[in-house]
Write a protein that binds this ligand. Structure first.
Ligand SMILES: NC(=O)c1ccc[n+]([C@@H]2O[C@H](COP(=O)([O-])OP(=O)(O)OC[C@H]3O[C@@H](n4cnc5c(N)ncnc54)[C@H](OP(=O)(O)O)[C@@H]3O)[C@@H](O)[C@H]2O)c1
Length: 265
């Protein structure tokens, strides 16, 4: 029997790579994001390559009604969610004060509220059936000291990390695996969307960037192994480890110096 995974933010980047990974393992797919065209092209590609079924349900997760509407649309098609990947996300580097409230609200809605609500909507059924997978895509930023400019991004990801770890513990022994994936710099559309592509490309050498397919495979494997969390890449693990042992004041200073260097580039 094929399982079915619902993937948010599947129209690009890590979400699309996760769709490829799950399909290659024989999972049927429910793909969502705002852009229907890329979702449909990916669905067709993966159906042809792996013989899986791929259902496209476009949604804008910044709409507070979207999570419940999405799960209702899934149920209306007679589909069961065996796996949930909360991946949709973006960052804003425009500064807290210069970004309007609606934009902050959207960020919190897409990356914090929607994953919580989608998890709450599908987890009871997973536990009842004795099988489930929830893979939350957070970020290395959630493990690092705070940064200015994209002020809310790190804290939102820290929330997702902690909430995932709590859910991991809460579902142990039920057949449900909950894992948080914390990518570092990954080659996707992310830095084009937030307008920082040129800057980050100059600041970070190619070896610091990971391929979305590799990140997706590491996330998939960690979730199948029922690991609470995984940070892909040696360098990212070194940085996360450093952030854990450095005193807060020193860590903040280092981040501030780094930000000044980025501004000069
Ligand atoms: N790339 C990195 O360096 C990096 C590092 C750490 C963590 N991450 C995290 O990885 C996840 C995926 O990002 P990515 O790097 O793959 O970026 P990406 O290539 O820009 O993809 C982002 C995905 O999120 C979707 N999305 C954005 N806003 C949405 C909304 N309002 N409603 C529904 N879907 C929405 C986009 O689809 P539509 O535009 O079609 O809606 C797209 O499919 C994010 O949570 C991000 O924070 C990325």
């Amino acid at each position: 029997m094929r399982r079915t995974v619902l993937i948010t933010g599947a129209s690009a980047g890590i979400g699309a790579a996760l769709a490829r990974t799950y399909a290659a393992k024989g999972w049927n797919l429910i793909l969502t994001a705002r852009r229907e065209g890329p979702l449909t092209r990916l669905a067709d590609e993966l159906t042809a390559a792996h013989g899986v079924t791929a259902t496209v349900i476009p949604e804008d997760l910044s709409d507070p009604a979207a999570p419940e509407r999405l799960i209702a649309a899934v149920a209306a098609r007679g589909l069961t969610v065996d796996g949930l990947v909360n991946n949709a996300g973006f960052s804003r580097v425009t500064g807290f004060l210069d970004t309007d409230l609606a934009a902050h609200r959207a960020m919190i809605q897409v990356m914090l509220t929607a994953p919580v609500e989608l998890s709450r909507l599908v987890l009871p059924g997973m536990v009842q059936r004795g099988f489930g997978r929830v893979l939350n895509v957070a970020s290395l930023a959630g493990q690092m000291p705070a940064t200015g400019g994209d002020t809310l991004y790190g804290p939102i990801k820290s929330f997702l990390i902690k909430a995932s770890q709590g859910l991991h513990l809460e579902t142990l022994g039920t057949g449900v695996h909950v894992t948080v994936l914390n990518p570092g710099y990954t080659l996707t559309e992310f830095h084009d969307v937030n307008g920082s592509r040129d800057q980050v490309s100059r600041a970070y050498p190619a070896w610091m960037w990971m391929d979305a397919a590799r990140v997706a495979q590491i996330g998939y494997d960690a979730c199948e192994a029922n690991r609470a969390s995984v940070t892909p890449g040696v360098m990212n693990n070194v940085m996360a480890g450093l952030a854990r042992v450095l005193p807060d004041g020193l860590a903040l200073k280092m981040v501030a110096n780094h930000a000044r260097r980025l501004e000069r580039l």
